[in-house]
Design a protein around this ligand. Structure first.
Ligand code: NAD
Length: 285
């Protein structure tokens, strides 16, 4: 059986380091703070928010939740965002997405202050990530993938990596982050002719498609390291990933479970990013 890549252990290790840094900032009189911007009350946003609040508390980071009316206009949203951008007490801003239809997220992403943009919405941070500029803030879920690899001493340098899924929020950033580590990366998407050909080539396989158990045992070569970003529910309502875990676990050398894998690490990366942003805004590194 492949070794389980336990997201909870990774999260605990990140928490320890983040808490230490938050306490050091507090000793200097700096109170690290995240402001969460939530429009309406979607159950998925509320679930993520509960996890984020718990993690910030564990890391001694203050949090404020700005709940905005589900019907808010673009102008009113932009005015609220401007206030938060300019609030010196806020070091990190997380805007839940997707936003409701009346809001224009392609305008909003240009308006969030890049130095406070802890989930890499701003094209400035995307560009910094794409050129490997370490002053940028990288997105939480893709960075969680990288933190899992790092915790388990899996060095992507020179490795053949395949990423399945090319969304702007998960697949593409994972591609860039792996490339920054000098991996040889292939990315597959819905128009890829034969995704299973590419998954079989992978030494490290990262899957983020949103299709329950898409990746079958026959798609994976012996000894592959498998990171499953997917969060889905099967027909019995049980949470499952994008990988057929039960049939792949014996073939993989290492594999993340769902739940208990990538999803457990995301809010710890968020906390780490708030501390990074806070330090940068205070001229500390
Ligand atoms: P998305 O729908 O935006 O993108 C899916 C991507 O997969 C697209 O690029 C699409 O072309 C590709 N794709 C779809 N079917 C395919 C197929 N049959 N073969 C190859 N490529 C295919 O989804 P997303 O937002 O990137 O999310 C992906 C998964 O990750 C979902 O299960 C989501 O719930 C999960 N997710 C998890 C976290 C976390 O914290 N663990 C965070 C965000 C998303």
């Amino acid at each position: 059986m492949g070794q389980l890549l336990d997201g909870k252990l990774v999260a605990a290790s990140l928490k320890e380091e983040t808490l230490k840094q938050a306490n050091e900032l507090r000793e200097k009189g700096i109170i690290p703070k995240l402001t969460i911007v939530r429009v309406g009350a979607k159950p998925s946003d509320l679930a993520y928010e509960r996890g984020a609040l718990k993690r910030m508390e564990a890391c001694n980071i203050d949090v404020e939740v700005k709940e905005l009316d589900a019907e808010i206009s673009q102008d009113d949203f932009v005015a609220e965002l401007k206030k938060i951008n300019e609030d010196p007490a806020t070091h990190g801003i997380l805007i839940f997405s997707p936003l409701p239809e009346q809001l224009n997220d392609s305008e909003i992403k240009y308006l969030i202050a890049p130095e406070k943009d802890v989930d890499c919405l701003s094209p400035i941070n995307v560009a910094k990530m794409n050129v490997g500029d370490p002053t940028g803030l990288t997105p939480c879920t893709p960075t969680a993938v990288m933190e899992i690899l790092k915790y388990y001493d899996i060095n992507p340098t020179g490795k053949d990596c395949t990423v399945v899924g090319a969304s702007n929020v998960v697949g593409r950033p994972v591609f860039e982050l792996l490339l920054n580590e000098m991996a040889t990366v292939t990315i597959c998407h819905i128009e890829t002719k034969d995704t299973s050909y590419w998954t079989k080539q992978a030494e490290i396989l990262v899957v983020a498609v949103g299709v329950p158990k898409l990746v079958k045992e026959s798609w994976v070569s012996e000894g592959t390291i498998v990171v499953d970003v997917g969060i889905n529910f099967d027909k019995d309502g049980k949470m499952c990933g994008d990988v057929d875990f039960d049939n792949i676990v014996d073939k993989a050398s290492m594999i993340t479970p769902v739940p208990g894998g990538v999803g457990s690490v995301t809010t710890s990366v968020l906390a780490k990013n708030v501390i990074k942003a806070c330090k940068q805004q205070n001229g500390l590194n």
